[in-house]
Design a protein around this ligand. Sequence first.
Ligand SMILES: CC(C)(COP(=O)(O)OP(=O)(O)OC[C@H]1O[C@@H](n2cnc3c(N)ncnc32)[C@H](O)[C@@H]1OP(=O)(O)O)[C@@H](O)C(=O)NCCC(=O)NCCS
Length: 288
Amino acid sequence: MEPVLRPARPEDKAAIAAFTQDTFPWGDYVTERFDAWLAGPDALALVAEVDGAPVGLAHGALLSPTEAWLRGLRVHPDHRRHRLGAALLEHLIDWAAGREARVVRLSTEEWNEPALRLFESLGFRPAGSWLAAERALASGPPQPRGNGGRRVPASERLTPAPPPDADLAMVAWAGTSLELAAHGLFAADWAWRRLTLADLEAAARRRALWQAPSGWAVGEMDENTFQLSWLCTYPEDARLMLRALADLALRAEADRLEMEVPNVDWLHDALETAGFELHPLRVYARAL
Ligand SMILES: CC(C)(COP(=O)(O)OP(=O)(O)OC[C@H]1O[C@@H](n2cnc3c(N)ncnc32)[C@H](O)[C@@H]1OP(=O)(O)O)[C@@H](O)C(=O)NCCC(=O)NCCS
């Protein structure tokens, strides 16, 4: 029987939960987000149904008037390689085009060969290699590898930047190797879109835009985690910046520090040295 694509409904949740609980070694997050996806404005949660049962899911949302983000693509293991994944994405691409979006983006971890092949087969092009970086802080401040675990005190303190300084942050970022590697994008809640001055101004108004001589960052508490969504620093300053960030997170009483940053060699090395766990991922884009 031909698959049917239709908007997801609240009653699909149980069937989706049943085929997604072991999607990845760590499980899956789609059922946690499912209700929010159904309610979201400028968004479409799409289900693929075979013989009356939901066997596929994907979610699309407009992140700005011209940028769409797709996520949560899942196909039941028994129904893979029947082009359901491709059909779900194509439908969401058409939906985004119908909403006047000019670009559709998505991401996956670098090891996810099926997803990478699928995205490439649909004409998505690489739009940046990224690192999801995380480290626990509960055991105390940074313990750089190779120094016997002794703390290296931070010599810089990040302070909140006022909104009028947002344009200084934007200028500092322009043309840096991080901006180029990022393709001008930043990650807000695991969804990548173009960074604008308005984003930095809004962050400053929330007292989430931070500055120090070694760079700039947007970061704030999310439950017990200090979550960075944007970082601007330089090869010679990266270690100092990471130390200052860990201190900032500790001052905010965070247990963890997390960030999504462009995967450039010098930042990769600095993060590794500072004891971060690193997960490489790729962002893909398709122009509409
Ligand atoms: C990734 C996923 C959604 C693909 O769904 P699917 O319905 O099996 O994919 P399709 O049948 O539409 O595949 C379309 C094309 O993608 C590529 N592809 C898909 N799965 C592949 C695999 N396992 N190995 C290599 N290429 C693959 C092929 O080019 C395929 O075309 P072909 O079958 O004609 O060769 C599915 O494997 C899945 O649910 N994985 C777990 C969740 C996940 O990783 N989601 C994406 C990251 S967020």
